[in-house]
Write a protein that binds this ligand. Structure first.
Ligand code: ADP
Ligand code: MG
Length: 584
């Protein structure tokens, strides 16, 4: 009876094994470049023909090999990088399995030229089907060149599985790109015929290289992150949440200088960005992990594309934490920028720790409602407790005007969006009205139907008595009413709808903060009245109120800034949107 079980020949075994390491041109390219890197090269040139299917030529200026080593290197399981399995704990090279050269020479025709710089001469070797057919001395500079021709010429099944040239090529570019990023001290050139696909010169740093591979635009919007506190140390770049890709190609991971694929990390990134991602969009992240070799196992995949981590939870947590802290950096930048934009003029900074007066008696029909807010510090034009950065649209459906974050009036105007800072705008309006009133000594006033009584501290009484006359110039008619009390009989018409009691109280506080020599200067009063009389951030406005405000602003002489020089409005044109969304 004939045996059903066959003992495979060495050649067949070799071909099967080779298939695990080299399954397409890109894996040959990867293995050969890794050998060059391990050999200490600082210049590696990769030339292709037909996307590597007819030729892959890799030349380096590394340490090279002696004639003897060159002859051994192409035999199965030969490596200079480890002696036994324990060495894996200390491995610093990319290769160690001793399989690449032998595998490649089983499934392709390989020419190897190498010189170690010490031997009397260089060595040339020609191998076919794993057998050295020729070996002779040759002249070469220090380094190694490996030429791989007719890949899979003797494995038709494998050849059939090769994809179209373009897709094999893009896989090669992809893999070389990952190696380029991880080895910034090495010059890389990848060409096919006349065409140069990648060129990273020696002086190109990591972020420039990431730019080369992922596109410069992404790099401009990357956040640098770092956390070296745990057993897995992370350094890297992550994309701002607004910059996403249609695929995960922007997610590149390295552990101890070796790139690897990781669903765990893909998922972790997704989790970190989730609430900020559109469907089908992915963030980019280039993460360089470092750990003790005992915390990982790089020997779980023939092409070493997968790595096993001893503590996946720790890895996940570290990456999550580091990415999140990256978001905090961006958020802080946004807030800082926002605060810088609304920054207080120097004359405003002094007014802190001012206690807000009780305004429970505020007249109910006020146009601009004032919400109760905690009595704590305040800043110019912002009500204490009002949100500093709140992206909330209070859109009225169908309306062309609405309020954003209770602070900005957003208006559609043809091909632009006009955003107005409600406080800055109103302050400008009041400033011009009060200045005119002062000049012409003819303020437009509004008598109050129900005069408002205010009670003051002894100190404030002194101030009030000093400035009452000047108040009158602007349109505030205030009269003494017993010991520490005053009544407001009339106010400037322009602020008749504000909470006059709060306005007057706030003005007094500001005046109290003034340098004595300035206390009775009407100019100062004009500024204070404009600031304190103006609508604040945090005041809710109705569409009609917003329209009136914008109309008044348009009638101003200098509508574009508030009296402190802050802008009152910003115009965003469709043009600009197109630039921001990179349609142009
Ligand atoms: P591994 O890289 O796992 O050791 P390879 O089959 O890729 O196995 O290479 C076998 C050996 O050949 C390497 O250990 C190294 O000593 C030598 N070698 C391969 N490529 C080069 C090169 N470009 N420069 C110098 N030595 C090389
Ligand atoms: Mg190798």
């Amino acid at each position: 009876m004939k045996n059903r079980i066959n003992i495979l020949t060495g050649k067949t075994i070799g071909k099967i094994a080779a298939g695990e390491v080299v399954d397409r041109p890109a894996s040959v390219v990867k293995e050969l470049i890794e050998n060059s890197i391990d050999a200490g090269a600082d210049s590696i040139e990769i030339e292709l023909e037909n996307a590597g299917q007819t030729l892959i030529r890799i030349a380096d200026n590394g340490e090279g090999m002696s004639e003897e080593d060159a002859n051994i290197a192409c035999m199965p399981h030969t490596t200079s990088k480890i002696r036994d399995i324990d060495d894996l704990e200390r491995i610093t090279t990319l290769g160690f399995r001793g399989e690449a050269l032998s595998s490649i020479s089983v499934v392709a025709k390989v020419e190897l030229t190498t010189f170690d710089g010490n031997s009397p001469n260089g060595t040339y070797i020609y191998i076919e089907s794993g057998e050295i057919l020729e070996s002779r001395p040759v002249g070469r500079e220090r380094g190694t060149t490996v030429e791989v021709r007719n890949l899979f010429y003797n494995v038709p099944a494998r050849r059939k599985f090769l994809k179209k040239e373009a897709s094999e090529l893009s896989e090669i570019v992809n893999i070389v790109g990952k190696l380029i990023i991880a080895h910034p001290h090495i010059e890389f050139k990848l060409t096919q015929g006349e065409r140069s696909f990648l060129h990273a010169s020696k002086n190109m740093g990591v972020s420039d290289r990431i730019g080369l591979i992922l596109g410069g635009e992404i790099v401009e919007h990357m956040i640098k992150i770092k956390d070296h506190s745990g057993k897995y140390k992370v350094t890297g770049f992550i994309s701002e949440p607004s910059i996403t890709r249609r695929d995960r190609r922007g997610q590149i991971f390295y552990i101890n200088g070796r790139f690897f694929q990781s669903k765990l990390l893909n998922d972790t990134l997704y989790g970190a960005y989730r609430s900020m991602l559109e469907r089908g969009r992915f963030p980019s992240a280039v993460l360089f992990l470092k750990s003790h070799m005992s915390e990982i196992d790089v020997n779980v995949h023939p092409a070493k594309l997968l790595v096993k981590f001893s503590d996946e939870r720790a890895l996940k947590e570290t990456v999550m934490k580091t990415v999140r802290s990256g978001f905090d950096i961006v958020r802080q930048q946004v807030v800082d920028k926002h605060l810088a934009d609304v920054s207080l003029g120097p004359d405003m900074i002094a007014r802190e720790n001012v206690v807000l007066r009780d305004h429970s008696e505020a007249q109910s029909e006020f146009l601009y409602q004032i919400k109760d807010v905690p009595a704590e510090g305040k800043s110019c034009g912002r009500k204490p407790g009002a949100p500093v950065w709140e992206e909330r649209f209070q859109a009225k459906t169908g309306s062309d005007i609405f309020q954003l974050a209770e602070c900005y009036i957003v208006q559609m105007k043809g091909r632009e969006i006009v955003i107005t800072d409600q406080h800055a705008a109103h302050e400008r309006i009041l400033y011009e009205v009060f200045s005119k009133a002062k000049e012409e000594r003819a303020p437009e006033i509004q008598n109050l139907l129900f005069p408002v009584r205010i009670d003051l501290s002894a100190e404030e009484v002194v101030i009030m008595e000093k400035v009452m006359e000047n108040f009158r110039l602007l349109g505030f008619h205030i009269e003494s009413f017993g010991e520490n009390s005053f009544v407001i009989q009339a106010v400037p018409a322009i602020i008749k709808d504000r909470d006059v009691k709060t306005v007057v109280n706030d003005m007094l506080l500001d005046i109290a903060d003034l340098n004595l020599s300035k206390i009775d200067k009407v100019d100062e009063l004009v500024k204070i009245a404009s600031c304190r009389g103006a609508i604040k951030a945090g005041d809710v406005l109705r569409p009609n109120e917003m329209r009136v405000l914008l109309e008044q602003l348009e009638r101003c002489e200098l509508p574009f800034t508030c009296p402190h020089g802050r802008p009152t409005r910003l115009d965003i044109t469709v043009d600009e949107l197109e630039k921001r969304f990179r349609r142009k």
